[in-house]
Design a protein around this ligand. Structure first.
Ligand SMILES: [Zn+2]
Ligand SMILES: [Zn+2]
Length: 259
């Protein structure tokens, strides 16, 4: 069994066929999935989806793209909303200096509030980091010094130094379809350095479909293709990569029951 640890089932791309997509995932061996919040103000939609499907769980948080729209969301709000049994993570929050859709100071304020919520609840923080390696490493190092919190670097596409620091601070590295792209040799090189007990897989659907679906709409069933490339990259079998990444997913998303 595989777990898709990061998808966006609430996006309109999936409205017409959500049942079919979740069934296709099950048929492809993707037993459980986590649909990730990007706006606390739309959390009701996320939660309704998670409540509708036994094998779908969710997070609560504000994507860095939306950080400036949700500066009124405090750590306490995240903690309170995360008490629901279907909520197994905080985020996604982080820093995205590639798009800079929100001012960087707003992104950092949001990230630190999400970190505080993860520390308080001990739910893992789903971190989005793009073109922000140094600031992300600095914030994670500083905040971990104030008290440990579980976290993962989702859709990892940063450099080797952030991967190393993330692992050193106790974090997990999540690989998406990017790992399967021909030009991603540096990322595959990083994957070879990540300890086996710290790697997980995700789709980030509807974005970033892995080979051979690149450019098409992504969906949770396709996480199997990323897992296959990860297996080849680190030299283990398909069965082994499923066991490794699924055990890791349940360890980091410790509130999610094994169904
Ligand atoms: Zn993201
Ligand atoms: Zn995402």
């Amino acid at each position: 069994m595989l777990i898709d640890t990061h998808c966006h089932l609430d996006f309109p791309d999936f409205d017409a066929e959500r049942d079919a997509i979740i069934e296709r995932a099950r048929a492809a061996g993707v037993g459980q999935m986590i649909t990730i919040s990007t706006r606390v103000k739309k959390f009701d939609t996320i939660l309704a989806i998670a409540e509708n499907y036994a094998n779908v769980f969710c997070s609560v948080g504000t994507h860095p793209h939306n950080a400036d729209e949700e500066l009124d969301i405090e750590t306490d709000d995240l903690v309170r909303l995360s008490a629901h049994p279907k909520v197994v993570a905080i985020g996604e929050a982080g820093l995205d200096y590639f798009y800079d859709n929100a001012p960087r100071d707003a992104q950092a304020i949001g990230l630190r509030r999400h970190i505080a919520a993860a520390r308080q609840t001990q739910l893992p923080l789903v971190i989005h980091s793009r073109s922000a390696d140094q600031d992300m490493a600095d914030i994670l190092t500083e905040e971990t010094g104030k008290g440990a919190f579980p976290f993962l670097l989702h859709c990892f596409s940063s450099g080797p130094e952030l991967a190393r620091i993330g692992v050193e601070l106790g974090g997990y590295i999540s690989f998406s379809g990017i790992l399967t792209f021909p030009k991603s040799e540096e990322l595959r090189e990083i994957a070879r350095t990540v300890p086996h007990d710290r790697m997980i897989v995700e789709t980030d659907a509807p974005y970033l479909a892995p080979k051979p679906f690149r450019g098409k709409r992504n969906e949770p069933a396709y996480v199997a293709h990323t897992a296959q490339v990860l297996a080849e990259t680190i030299g283990v079998s398909a069965e082994q990569i499923a066991a490794i990444t699924t055990d890791n997913a349940f360890r980091v998303f410790s509130k999610m029951p094994r169904l």
